[in-house]
Design a protein around this ligand. Structure first.
Ligand code: ADP
Length: 266
């Protein structure tokens, strides 16, 4: 219906962003101690994109991710998800949106100890009321997607850090969300394991899921197609690397050959 109405108005709906932030502000505290963490963030995220969020500590990355993850609300401005004003939803409606459309991955994996990989992955399905057989089928499929089907009966303590993060990713995607929000997903991993996790996220993204990832590491941001840089509570600049595919390695600096390859690609 929205599509027809918009088409009548001459809008190109197929290009409408999945996520829109408009003049988003966030203040903490009151009066003299009030602190403005976000000062008017404007950001469009297209469905299917792979976005890295970067910026110095305190620049507003986590605050923005908490708003996008429907865990917090803006003080001012608008947050639209699929064209719907999320800032006008109440807590329960936001929880529903979160469960239906979003998956979360954290730096510390956040798996339940003494609980098997399979049971960890089944949890979001338990919360939404799926029957046992359905839970098993979907959770095994998600573990298979992250390459851990054979490890289903292992507890986190029996898995490496990289494997634990894979289980956490399986748990995040088991409900087939539109968006995967990842907060420094490789922050606790060595560089080899980090690259494996980024390759997994890239594969999932190719499968259609929109990925939003906070990272401090340029090597990890290089896997993204859009890099959003925050500074002092605002979006400072956005790098768009859609045409090149994967960004060139930041170190060594971009060479004439790399530029020629990127230019020759289209
Ligand atoms: P980043 O993730 O980029 O490090 P944050 O979004 O966590 O930045 O924080 C932005 C600013 O807001 C920081 O100065 C931080 O101290 C402040 N801040 C974040 N959360 C709170 C809070 N709950 N209460 C007060 N200040 C906060």
């Amino acid at each position: 219906m929205a599509r027809a109405a918009a088409r009548g108005a001459g809008a190109v709906v197929s290009n409408a962003p999945l996520i829109q932030l408009r003049g988003v502000t966030k203040s903490y505290g009151q009066g003299a101690t009030q602190f403005q963490a976000l000062k008017g963030v404007d950001l469009d995220i297209q469905g299917g994109d792979f976005v890295a969020v970067m910026g110095p500590s305190g620049s507003g990355k986590s605050t923005t991710m908490n708003i996008l993850g429907c865990l917090d609300v803006p003080t001012g401005g608008a947050f639209l998800f699929r064209g719907h004003h999320v800032e006008q939803l109440d807590r329960d409606q936001r929880a529903l949106l979160r469960r239906r459309y979003l998956g979360f991955v954290f730096q510390g994996f956040n798996l339940l100890a003494r609980t098997t990989a399979l049971e960890n992955v089944e949890l979001p399905l338990l919360y939404r009321g799926d029957a046992k057989r359905e839970r098993r089928t979907l959770a095994m499929a998600a573990l298979d997607k992250v390459g851990l089907a054979n490890w289903w009966d292992h507890t986190p303590a029996e898995l490496s850090g990289g494997q634990q993060q894979r289980v956490a990713i399986a748990r995040a995607i088991v409900t087939s969300p539109d968006v995967l929000l990842a907060d420094e997903p490789t922050g606790n991993l060595d560089s080899e394991r980090s690259v494996e996790i980024m390759e997994l996220l890239t594969d999932l993204n190719r499968g259609g899921i929109t990925v939003l990832m906070v990272t401090h590491e340029p090597d990890m941001a290089a896997f993204a197609r859009t890099v959003v840089h925050f500074k002092d509570g605002l979006v400072e600049r956005i790098e768009d690397h859609h045409r090149q595919g994967r960004m060139p390695e930041p170190d060594p600096p971009l060479t004439a050959t790399a530029t020629a390859t990127a230019t020759g690609a289209h």
